[in-house]
Design a protein around this ligand. Structure first.
Ligand SMILES: Cc1cc2nc3c(=O)[nH]c(=O)nc-3n(C[C@H](O)[C@H](O)[C@H](O)COP(=O)(O)O)c2cc1C
Length: 212
């Protein structure tokens, strides 16, 4: 048993994808993919849009569980609403996924109303910032690590860099747009080393004549 988020590869300031499991007051379970931001070794923040069951359950119980997995189908099934009660383990007032690589229990410290802000996809939608303290981490699979999208975005751009010399102008434009989008994602979510590697890649891309 561990308490530090570092033990599952979670770094201060970076954002990770996970599955939140929650229960309502009636004991009905729910799972949904959600992002978290690491504030420090013990505290995390999540931004959750109004209308989600997860948000309503968190309001009711002031607790939730963050499940760590790299299984793509678990993310998909949670999003499609395809989870079965058998996929969950119930433990008193919490619930977690039977097949999670790791999970941690969070106690809510505050739920803050976010001013409707410019969002690149969900402009003006109402959302809340949940600040929570992780009170216990359980690791089921050795080496379990939370998923950070930054690394995948970096690798996509690195592959484009490798192909830059052999593609036509239309493809170069496509690569430029993809680089800018990957860079946006990385600025928002990535770990420090990925941000540094992306800065170097930007320079390398311009050396190959990409106008970014
Ligand atoms: C990888 C991934 C990450 C997501 N992160 C968030 C998030 O941070 N906040 C949010 O409100 N919705 C997020 N979503 C969307 C919710 O999972 C989606 O709206 C879901 O239907 C909410 O389910 P619920 O009503 O059971 O809570 C994410 C979806 C995916 C696929």
């Amino acid at each position: 048993m561990s308490f530090s988020l570092e033990s599952i590869g979670i770094e201060h300031g970076a954002r990770y994808e996970a599955i939140f499991t929650t229960m309502n007051r009636a004991g009905e379970v729910n799972a949904a993919p959600m992002g978290i931001k690491c504030i420090n070794d013990y505290d995390i923040a999540a931004r959750i849009f109004e209308g989600s069951k997860t948000l309503e359950n968190i309001r009711q119980t002031k607790m939730f569980v963050v499940n760590i997995t790299d299984n793509p189908q678990i993310y998909a099934d949670a999003l499609y609403g395809n989870m079965d009660n058998l996929d969950f383990v119930m433990d008193d007032d919490i619930t977690f996924l039977k097949n999670a690589d790791a999970y941690f229990i969070c106690l809510v410290k505050s739920i803050e109303d976010v001013e409707a802000e410019r969002d690149h996809v969900n402009d003006g939608a109402k959302s809340y910032i949940i600040l929570a303290e992780n009170i216990k981490i359980t690791i089921n699979k050795k080496g379990a690590r939370a998923l950070n999208r930054g690394l995948f975005s970096f690798l996509e751009s690195l592959i484009d860099y490798n192909r830059l010399d052999v593609v036509d102008d239309a493809k170069r434009d496509e690569y430029k747009n993809r680089f800018l989008e990957n860079e946006r994602v990385i600025q928002r979510v990535a770990e420090k080393d990925v941000k540094e590697s992306m800065d170097i890649l930007r320079q390398k891309m311009t050396e190959k004549g990409l106008d970014i």
